[in-house]
Design a protein around this ligand. Structure first.
Ligand SMILES: NC(=O)c1ccc[n+]([C@@H]2O[C@H](COP(=O)([O-])OP(=O)(O)OC[C@H]3O[C@@H](n4cnc5c(N)ncnc54)[C@H](O)[C@@H]3O)[C@@H](O)[C@H]2O)c1
Length: 332
């Protein structure tokens, strides 16, 4: 099957691409720059079309040239609040351009990577300290602009499905951690920083947040879910699926798993909630029963196994961040 993956050179996309290549699918990646550093192992097994997903003309030429059977649409701006117009242009405009081209060229299905952000804050029994998992029917109350763009794209896709005959399937991911995230997204993910910094011999210090629990899912489990949704027989019974572990882990528990795997790791985290200081309680668990039943997907990684796999992958793919220079190794 020929699969077009937008954003396929990103942190999550690279694992989706890797899995599709392993299964011998023909993968074409649409990206705005040809940086294959997160997938050096399969770099020669894919074709990269450089273009902007928000440029409908460029998107249409890529569809005309490569004639994909199915599309995985992952390209997006994550830090949306920093530049609202760019985020709307790329996240919403890009999704419209992908749907338009898919409808015009007979693509059977678009798999869209949405987020738990569509639910907004998780409060009451779904928040601290109970974390009762939410199902797909939970009210959608987006807060940040990123959340708004994700939910808007789900609705936009529904419109295309109703009116233009494509199947549009949204996957609402929990919080993802995976190799390369620290390099690509900076300190945006406490989970990835807590693994990648010790792996590079760097200390981790977080003033507060060690008691915060969240549904943190390993990127390889995410990739399996995306591939399952991509290859499932059409049509699927639903157009939206939660993809999470259904459980929560605390940062203190993650720190323990990292100390087990990286002897001598220095990780100091204060107590309390909201390690990233977001001020919005996005933290909680996703009930992914629907994905388990209808996509045949189930997360495979325990926290400890994910940390070990993560560390091995950093090494194998040569993604370890550079160590900070020690005071006596400074150059003049
Ligand atoms: N990381 C998470 O925890 C998480 C959670 C929920 C949902 N998601 C979603 O998963 C998807 C992938 O996230 P990620 O963490 O891999 O992000 P990422 O930034 O690593 O990857 C996104 C890729 O899209 C590309 N891109 C950005 N703008 C583009 C444009 N205009 N045209 C073409 N390509 C463009 C970037 O170059 C990048 O490689 C996103 O849609 C994101 O919203 C991520």
């Amino acid at each position: 099957m020929r699969v077009l993956v937008t954003g396929g050179l990103g942190v999550n996309g690279s694992w989706v691409v890797r899995r599709l290549v392993e299964q011998r699918h023909d993968v074409v990646i649409l990206e705005n720059r040809d940086d294959r550093s997160l997938l050096p192992d399969v770099a020669d097994d894919v074709r990269v079309a450089v273009g902007d997903v928000a440029n409908s003309g460029q998107v249409r030429s890529v569809f005309d040239e490569y004639q994909p059977d199915v599309v995985v649409h992952m390209a997006a701006i994550i830090g949306a609040d920093r530049d609202p117009l760019a985020a709307v242009r790329v996240n919403i405009g890009g999704t419209a351009a992908i749907c338009e081209a898919a409808a015009a060229t007979g693509v059977a299905r678009v798999v869209y990577t949405s987020s738990r952000a569509a639910y907004g804050a998780l409060t009451g029994r779904h928040g601290h300290p109970d974390y009762v998992p939410v199902t797909e029917d939970h009210p959608r109350q987006p807060v940040g602009l990123y959340d708004v763009t994700k939910l808007s794209c789900e609705e936009l896709g529904r419109w295309y499905a109703r009116n233009r005959g494509i199947e549009f399937v949204s996957l609402r991911f929990a919080t993802i951690f995976g190799p390369g995230k620290l390099q690509r997204h900076g300190g945006f993910s406490a989970y990835s920083s807590m693994i990648e910094l010790p792996a590079a011999g760097e200390p981790v210090q977080l003033a507060h947040g060690g008691d915060q629990r969240d549904d943190a899912i390993y990127v390889v489990d995410i990739a399996e879910a995306v591939v399952a949704a991509t290859l499932a027989p059409t049509p699927l019974p639903h157009d939206v699926y939660n993809v999470g572990t259904g459980r929560t882990v605390s940062l203190h528990e993650l720190a323990e798993a990292v100390r087990d795997a990286v002897p001598g790791a220095t990780i100091d985290i204060g107590p309390g909630l909201d390690p990233m200081g977001m001020g919005i309680s996005y933290y909680g668990a996703l009930d992914s029963t629907r994905a388990q039943v209808e996509l045949g997907w189930k997360p495979q990684f325990t926290l400890g196994a994910a940390v070990k796999h993560y560390l091995t992958a950093l090494d194998r793919l040569e993604l370890l961040p550079a160590r900070s220079p020690s005071p006596d190794s400074q150059e003049y």
